[in-house]
Design a binder for this molecule. Sequence first.
Ligand SMILES: Nc1ncnc2c1ncn2[C@@H]1O[C@H](COP(=O)(O)OP(=O)(O)OP(=O)(O)O)[C@@H](O)[C@H]1O
Ligand SMILES: [Mg+2]
Length: 285
Amino acid sequence: MDSLLANNLTLGYGDQTIIDSLDIQIPKGKVTVLIGGNGCGKSTLLRSLARLLKPKSGQVVLDSADISKMRTKEVAKKMAILPQSPTTPEGLSVYQLVKQGRYPYQSWSKRWSQEDEDAVNKALTDTNLTDLKERSVDSLSGGQRQRAWIAMTLAQDTDLLLLDEPTTYLDMTHQIDILDLLFDLNQDNGRTVVMVLHDINLACRYADHIVAVKDKTVYAQGKPEEVINCELMQHVFEMTCDVREDPIFGTPMCIPHGKGRCLIKQAQAEAQKYPQAPLQQRQTV
Ligand SMILES: Nc1ncnc2c1ncn2[C@@H]1O[C@H](COP(=O)(O)OP(=O)(O)OP(=O)(O)O)[C@@H](O)[C@H]1O
Ligand SMILES: [Mg+2]
């Protein structure tokens, strides 16, 4: 089983520092979810863990080796990444895209094998894409395309799976299908999953470990019930909410305050209580 950690990692673009001196250890064989506001550096961190972004300083260590010194195929046999909004090569069919996931196993001496074919077919079945496998990826809907990319990541058949917002574009059924699939891969095969999710309630249901990113570093990490509370939501997302217990899973469930329809309902209730008063007056009574 492959282990992944980062030591004193500083990341950025040009002169801008996005992540500053961050230490992190990804729990082996567990599901870790990165959370944090837009632009806080989650994708930057994930890309760096997958060696798609070179650190300004510090190092990422995969299986006791500095990842920057490893050969590309060696990394790709241990770790697969689904980036945020990947670009689809024009004209490629779903089958051809998913097939790309097998590239670490191909060489001049090792041609396409039955094992490769089986891995591609399994990934297509698991993501419910078998019927669409001949379709061109750029002709698919956003959600179908997202599933095709997830299938490519799964076909790589790695111990470590890094996924940046895998549920983007997916309807509720497919969101749960994909998260359940990742959960099964973790439970049945002991795969380590690291993913970015924006839905805190789903994050709490599926994560063993949550890492909240804020102010260029880790604000808090631990089990969902240890980490998710009103104070964290206020600091990390600048949002007031109630945190209750998920009635099905028993995990933390955030209910944002916001305005929503509550204010309209309140005003309507007031209007019924004081039918004669003008609306403005009723609202202030
Ligand atoms: N290639 C790039 N060049 C310059 N700046 C970048 C680049 N990629 C990201 N950034 C900046 O780095 C910061 C962190 O971006 P990142 O994509 O890591 O955020 P994020 O937490 O994943 O956000 P989101 O939730 O919106 O996906 C942002 O301010 C972003 O504008
Ligand atoms: Mg991102």
